[in-house]
Design a protein around this ligand. Structure first.
Ligand SMILES: Cc1ncc(C[n+]2csc(CCOP(=O)(O)OP(=O)(O)O)c2C)c(N)n1
Ligand SMILES: [Mg+2]
Length: 509
């Protein structure tokens, strides 16, 4: 076969359905970049190269794409510092279970181990933030490594890293590529005995509460049905929000650092708390005993009345085994309390707030909820933007909200929004960025102040929360429907909160 190895590796990615690679071109990565160029881009059924100005943005964008589509997404960095810049975004992707493949190219193969210019050991470096990380040493080995990397990323839902030295990527391809089979994730059926034990535990007590995480995705109706049968209020984690908060008459909000509503009390007052598809890390917000857990990640089980299985299948198996609870006093109390708290604490920030100066970010977030489209994708920066989006954005079952929820990196929202917009060009994408996160993301994208979400990605809408100069939340909100605009609620150096003074950038339409 007369093609170079880089071309073969890129063909394998094409066969796996990859449409774009995020990264920065250069030195050891050039054979790969050239192979991408030769595909002619997506207009010719090939792969697009999406240029970023810092590889961390490449990893976050690929991660967002993978999280939203559930499919493999790819980023790349050249040897040494180039792929070191990927690492924060890759940690985030791996923790979040996003199937991302990173091409971390390497120094010339004959120099490995000599302390050469830019030398690192990517296969070792990335081992902690990946499910697979392998050095490519020969042309004969390469297609198998690429195949294994793809399978690991999609099968184990995490990051796979392949490390081709630049000279090896330029060698002639010598081995056939393994056949790329379509991968459809299956569901994990629970052991009936464990389900019976959980049903017994539920039947033995009066007050049961549910805490739902991202693992409830696809099981919304079954969880609601279970809650109805056993009179259980449902709290949720931030990652569970998209999949359980909508159309949920038993919703009592969130607990933990970003908590609101009656979830904290509901969880603590229950005789039994059932954790569904969540590995909520904050022990101090969970009761120490009286918990049961359902999860398909075996490594997260073992401390409770556990069931190893998919939430959907486990809950469906559980429903016929639980005795319907006639006494719904606990549920009624919690729902009433939740209602009161939502009105008093959460609602208070948005009532009669339209005249307040500076404009409250809660009010801006509530406007955003009203005017954003029904299938909008929101990305939120770590910390206060998480709080505001968690409280005021309604998922509706059709929207998506992602952030750096497990890794907690700042400056994630803008690059994630770029990945989301490229994956879904027809959907509205809104990045809700902190001023700190925005400046950080801006610097990485080579701008002195606020980034235009890169000229080529202007359809991303940005809501900036932060300091100083201003826009007007209502004007911004009214224009949100106007595509290709960027409006800043705030930007600058001094003071907190939103201001309605000077500096509003006019809509470019
Ligand atoms: C990469 C990184 N650096 C530092 C931190 C620590 N940190 C967490 S939130 C935060 C402030 C973020 O500021 P901003 O984006 O303006 O958010 P807000 O002020 O709205 O909370 C910092 C520095 C982090 N989580 N990640
Ligand atoms: Mg800030």
């Amino acid at each position: 076969m007369s093609k170079d190895l880089a071309t073969q590796l890129i063909e394998q990615l094409r066969a796996a359905g990859v449409q774009r690679i995020y990264g920065i071109v250069g030195d050891s990565l050039n054979p790969i970049v050239d192979a991408v160029r030769k595909t002619g881009g997506t207009v010719q059924g090939g792969i697009d190269w999406i240029h970023v100005r810092h590889e961390e943005a490449a990893a976050f964008a690929a991660s967002a794409e993978a999280q939203l589509t559930g499919k493999l997404a790819v980023c790349a960095g050249s040897c040494g510092p180039g792929n070191l810049h990927l690492i924060n975004g890759l940690y985030d992707a791996n923790r979040t279970g996003a199937p991302v493949l990173a091409i971390a190219s390497h120094i010339p193969s004959q120099q490995i181990g000599s302390g050469f210019f830019q030398e690192t050991h990517p296969d070792r470096l990335f081992s902690e933030c990946s499910v697979y990380s392998e050095l490519i040493s020969t042309a004969a080995q390469a297609p198998r490594v690429m195949h294994c990397a793809i399978q690991h990323a999609v099968g184990f839902r995490g990051v796979a890293v392949v490390t081709p030295p630049g000279d090896i990527a330029g060698l002639e391809a010598v081995a056939e590529s393994p056949q790329q089979t379509a991968y459809t994730p299956g569901r994990l059926s629970p052991d009936p005995h464990s389900v019976q034990l959980l049903a017994d535990a539920i039947n033995a007590v009066d007050k049961v509460a549910i805490f739902a995480g991202a693992g409830v995705q696809g099981g919304h109706d079954e969880v609601i049905q279970l809650a109805e049968a056993i009179g259980a209020p449902i709290g949720h984690s931030l990652r569970g929000k998209d999949f359980i908060q909508y159309d949920n008459p038993y919703d009592i909000g969130m607990t933990g650092l970003l908590g609101y509503g009656a979830a904290a009390e509901g969880i603590n007052d229950a005789d039994l708390l059932i954790l569904l598809g969540t590995d909520f890390p904050y022990d101090q917000f969970l009761p120490r005993t009286r918990t049961a857990q359902v999860d398909r990640a075996a490594e997260k089980l073992g401390r409770r009345t556990d069931v190893y299985g998919d939430v959907l299948l486990t809950v469906a198996a559980l429903i016929p085994l639980v005795k319907r609870k006639k006494n719904t006093r606990f549920l009624d109390q919690m729902l009433k309390k939740h209602d009161r708290l939502m009105n008093k604490a959460v609602g208070a920030y948005t009532r009669r707030a339209d005249k307040l100066v500076p404009i409250h970010p809660e009010y801006a977030a509530s406007l955003l909820d009203q005017v954003a489209s029904r299938d909008a994708i929101f990305t939120a920066d770590t910390w206060m933007c998480n709080v505001w989006t968690a409280r005021y954005i309604n998922p509706l079952g059709t929207r998506r909200l992602i952030g750096s929820y497990l890794h907690g990196s700042m400056a994630n929202a803008l690059p994630q929004a770029i990945g989301a917009q490229l994956a879904y060009p027809g959907r509205q994408v809104v990045s809700v960025s902190g001023d700190g996160g925005l400046v950080d993301a801006a610097r990485r994208n080579g701008h002195r102040r606020s980034p235009p979400a890169a000229a080529e990605h202007r359809s991303v809408q940005q809501l900036h929360a932060g300091h100083g100069q201003a826009g007007d939340a209502r004007r911004w909100a009214a224009r949100l429907r106007c595509r290709r605009t960027r409006h800043q609620l705030c930007r600058g150096r001094h003071g907190h909160g939103f201001s309605r003074r000077q500096g509003h950038r006019p809509c470019r339409h």
